[in-house]
Design a protein around this ligand. Structure first.
Ligand code: HEM
Length: 534
């Protein structure tokens, strides 16, 4: 048995370690160092007792074990007491377990339905909900501008360090480093570059239309088909070579790896745990296989010069011969394409649910579909307010990034309207919950495209609508996405009669959807019958 003074001392050291070290700053980058340091200290202390003080091995192990126990007990007691009773976020409501750890909610997210669950939490607790020891979910109408707006003092949260030291444009937390990389990317998304991409994309849109025409009205799962289309498009824009997914109507193996790599994001695990899991041998092998695949395709692409410049051409130019990082390519291939595909699915879901809207868009775009190819450049139809309204309504009700886009408040804290959010708090505004909030929209559950142009009174707080985000870290691919969405929707509605398949009621589209940072809708069986008169 350890004397009381030693056990108290070990306990006290635990408390002090928490208060002076773990309770200050960030500690998520190298979580494996802590158990390692603990093990090394235990071995050193055992050695000291054995060789310096001549104790028996069993005696030395018992003493070191007890000291270790009291140290850990002190550390965790301090952590629990602090988080439960003294934490500056205690004034915010939320599930009791969340005060102690975000892991409490991670367990509840086992069905990958975090966006729906955040909605329930906000219905119960209000605009500010504490969802972790230092984490707030916020749906106050002024929250989005305060947290993500151009002048916001917030920085990206620790989750963006998940793959450190690998970095993409998306994951730079340092503002200056991000801005420098973003300047390189901007040239790849300027007007003239987009016109070139539009030409490259047309070939895949033709393939999509041809594949739908071949079905002769037999219902098909559009969620998969739009995935096929979007990944083929980005494969072409990034590597000058598609994934042949439209041809095979199935995921390319690399795309499948990517989807599996995203799966753990469903549980909103703390970043330290995520990084700890990466230390398990083999745990990230699929991820690295995917990055190797990107690297291989990139090398192949660099050896060929495309007739019409692709994204890589424009990215390579300012990099002066250096290659984009494989993480950048992962960003391009993974995150950006799922979003375009899910938005197309959401639009078709809403148009099948509201056939009168489908007819209205058809009437509006038909006069511009004069090209013999059947296609239409986006700029010809970009001014059609109702078409844009349909896209925005789909994005409002089914935001592709529906829940956590993490930011951290500055050390001095942040005012959101008249609510003070303490410094160094992880904050996010779930777009899915905001999109259905009656504090922000009149009749939020209704699909009303006019709210985005002629019935502005139906949007009470426009700044809360941010499916692409805005500000310094907003989506750089927005113009490309909008261009692709407009032209593809115009082409689909003028080429086909579109309706839910016979046994489809649309319930699984949302009901079986999951959220892995990006939203993945359930299957949606839709019938496309070629129209006689166009
Ligand atoms: C409907 C389609 C899309 C939606 C809703 C969307 C949404 C978003 C959102 C919410 C972010 C911010 C994420 C964060 O801060 O964590 C973002 C960032 C980004 N998006 Fe998109 N996106 C779409 C399409 C695209 C496309 C087509 C591309 C490119 C081909 C793209 C490229 C990017 C890039 C590179 C970033 C990182 C920007 C930065 O950190 O500076 N996105 N997108």
């Amino acid at each position: 048995m350890l004397p009381a003074t030693e056990s108290t001392l070990a306990f006290g050291v635990g408390v002090v370690t928490h208060l002076l070290y773990f309770n200050r700053g960030e500690h998520h980058l190298h979580p494996q160092h802590y158990p390692l340091a603990f093990a090394l200290a235990s071995i050193a202390a055992t050695g000291l007792l054995l060789f310096r003080h001549g104790l028996e091995l069993s005696q030395a192990v018992r003493i070191v074990g007890s000291l270790g126990f009291y140290f850990v007990a002190g550390l965790y007691s301090s952590l629990l007491v602090y988080r439960q009773f003294l934490h500056p976020l205690n004034k915010f409501p939320g599930p009791l377990g969340s005060r102690i750890s975000g892991l409490f909610l991670s367990v509840g997210f086992r069905n990958a339905d975090s966006a729906v669950q955040y909605r329930r939490l906000h219905e119960k607790y209000g605009d500010f909900v504490r969802v972790g020891s230092s984490d707030l979910s916020i749906i106050h109408p002024k929250g989005v501008t305060a947290i993500y707006g151009a002048g916001s003092p917030c920085i990206k949260g620790d989750a963006y360090d998940a793959t450190e030291p690998l970095r993409s444009l998306h994951s730079f937390r340092d503002r200056q480093a991000h801005d420098n990389r973003r300047r390189v990317w901007s040239s790849a998304f300027g007007d003239s570059a987009l016109r070139g991409y539009e030409k490259r994309i047309r070939r895949y849109r033709d393939e999509l239309i041809a594949a739908f025409a071949e079905t002769k009205g037999k219902p098909i799962n559009v969620t998969q088909w739009f995935n096929n289309y979007s990944f083929d498009v980005v494969g072409d824009l990034a590597f000058g070579q598609s994934f042949d997914m439209l041809e095979n109507n199935s995921n390319h193996w690399a795309v499948q790896l990517l989807a599996e790599g995203f799966a753990p994001l469903a549980y909103s695990l703390p970043t330290w745990l995520f990084r700890l899991a990466q230390c398990i041998p083999g745990a990230t092998k699929d991820w690295f296989r995917f990055l190797d695949f990107c690297r291989g395709r990139m090398l192949h692409r660099i050896q060929t010069k495309p007739e019409i410049p692709d994204i890589t051409s424009t990215l390579l130019r300012p990099l002066a011969g250096k290659q984009p990082s494989p993480e950048d390519l992962n960003l391009l291939v993974g995150e950006s394409q799922d979003t375009t595909a899910t938005t197309l699915s959401s639009i078709i879901y809403q148009l099948c649910s509201h056939p009168e809207q489908l007819e209205q868009i058809r009437q509006l775009v038909a006069p511009f579909m004069t090209d013999p190819s059947g296609d239409v450049p986006s700029e010809k139809i970009a001014h059609i307010d109702h078409l844009n309204g349909v896209i925005y309504e789909a994005l409002r009700l089914h935001p592709p990034v529906p829940a956590i886009i993490l930011r951290k408040t500055p050390p001095e804290g942040l005012m959101i309207d008249d609510v003070f959010v303490p410094g160094n708090t992880s904050v996010f505004c779930p777009q899915y919950v905001l999109g259905r909030s009656s504090a922000i929209y009149e009749n939020p559950e209704e699909f009303i495209p006019e709210r985005w142009y002629s019935r502005a009174e139906l949007v009470k707080e426009k700044s809360a609508f941010a499916p692409f985000l805005y500000g310094a870290y907003g989506c750089i691919g927005r113009p490309l996405a909008m261009m692709n969405l407009r032209s593809t929707v115009a082409r689909l509605v003028t080429t086909f009669d579109i309706s839910f398949g016979e046994s489809e009621d649309g319930s699984g589209f949302e009901g079986k959807s999951t959220n892995h940072f990006l939203w993945c809708p359930g299957d949606l069986n839709v019938s496309f019958t070629k129209r006689e008169v166009q």
